[in-house]
Design a protein around this ligand. Sequence first.
Ligand SMILES: Nc1nc2c(ncn2[C@@H]2O[C@H](COP(=O)(O)OP(=O)(O)OP(=O)(O)O)[C@@H](O)[C@H]2O)c(=O)[nH]1
Ligand SMILES: [Mg+2]
Length: 391
Amino acid sequence: MGLFDKIKHAFVKDKEEEKQTEETNQESVEEKISEPAENPSEETTEQDRKVEEHVTEDLPVDESDERIEETEEIEEETAETQKKYEKGLEKTRKTFKDRMNELFANFRTVDEDFFEEVEDTLIGADVGFDTSMRIADELRQEVKIKNAKKPAAVQNTIIEKLVDLYEEEGEQEVNDLNEQPNGLSVFLFVGVNGTGKTTSIGKLAHQYKQEGKKVLLAAADTFRAGAIDQLVQWGERADVEVVRGNTGSDPASVVFDAMTKAREEQADVLLIDTAGRLQNKVNLMNELDKIKRVIKREDPTAPHEVLLVVDATTGQNAMNQAKQFKETTDVTGLVLTKLDGTAKGGIVLAIRNELHLPVKLVGLGEGIDDLEVFDPNDFVVGLFKGLLQEE
Ligand SMILES: Nc1nc2c(ncn2[C@@H]2O[C@H](COP(=O)(O)OP(=O)(O)OP(=O)(O)O)[C@@H](O)[C@H]2O)c(=O)[nH]1
Ligand SMILES: [Mg+2]
């Protein structure tokens, strides 16, 4: 099933459920009262309920108690992750919806003015300039072919085009982290100041530690005063060891020490923090090269990921940083931070369509648990499902 069909399917199902809920509202209220309250949270929303229903739906009916318990755990976890995503994407979704509503509020006829408004709307939704132009062009063709004139049909076609393009551009994309199951995985974190490198390392270290892995951190940001302490604090929080030098010392030598220690102690994961380097500062780029050379000398297959950390709230700026880093160093993936509370989540589409860099992790808050492995399709389904219209 194509991605757009999935979204449509989810949309139709939601509508059916809505109708059903209306019909059996009274009934279900009575049932709820007699059920033991498993999740007494007052925040349980309609959406949570749907997520839970969705998860249980695929399961065979005759399961043993043990399996059911297990499923319930997974169910809770999935619902929890989904909730975080839903919440993180709230503003982006709302912005998309508002912009679409605005576009169609002034809608009279599908003429050239309208297509230009579509372009502006999409650019404003941070999906990227090229993407916006391409979608508007395809829409022009499609409207001609289908002779679509009704706003609902045109809106659905815009979503369909966006999703199709996103799916097409992501065909070769690998969103999983390149973990080495039988040896050390070395991940190098790069990016400009304040994007969230140190925080993301702390969160990821915590996750691996929870999985029972031996994790080491390398404080190779020796440039900024306080940077080492900040990583050490994260090390304490995640309960993992930090290899460090002094402020001003050669970051490559810290990395060398860390590689040696990781080998001696048979660590599973080494996460390397680097200075918030400005991409136009040649000396800092050289420093990064030197770090890579040191890593390669110890393990020619490493680093297994060079993760560029970008701040989603900066929109187009994040795109520009990614473009420049990609030109000067072999970035393997992105960590998109601060997706919580930003309306610029549309940037995920721009990143895929225009940069061809896979987003591997997303930051959804400042807490230690607020980092998620990125599922690009869930993201897009979550973003667009609510925008489809009944034709
Ligand atoms: N809301 C939110 N805040 C985040 C997220 N990730 C990081 N931050 C915050 O962003 C700020 C900067 O994070 P750092 O991890 O210090 O960034 P950095 O890239 O290491 O910065 P430098 O070391 O200066 O280069 C901190 O206040 C973090 O708490 C996120 O996903 N969501
Ligand atoms: Mg830092």
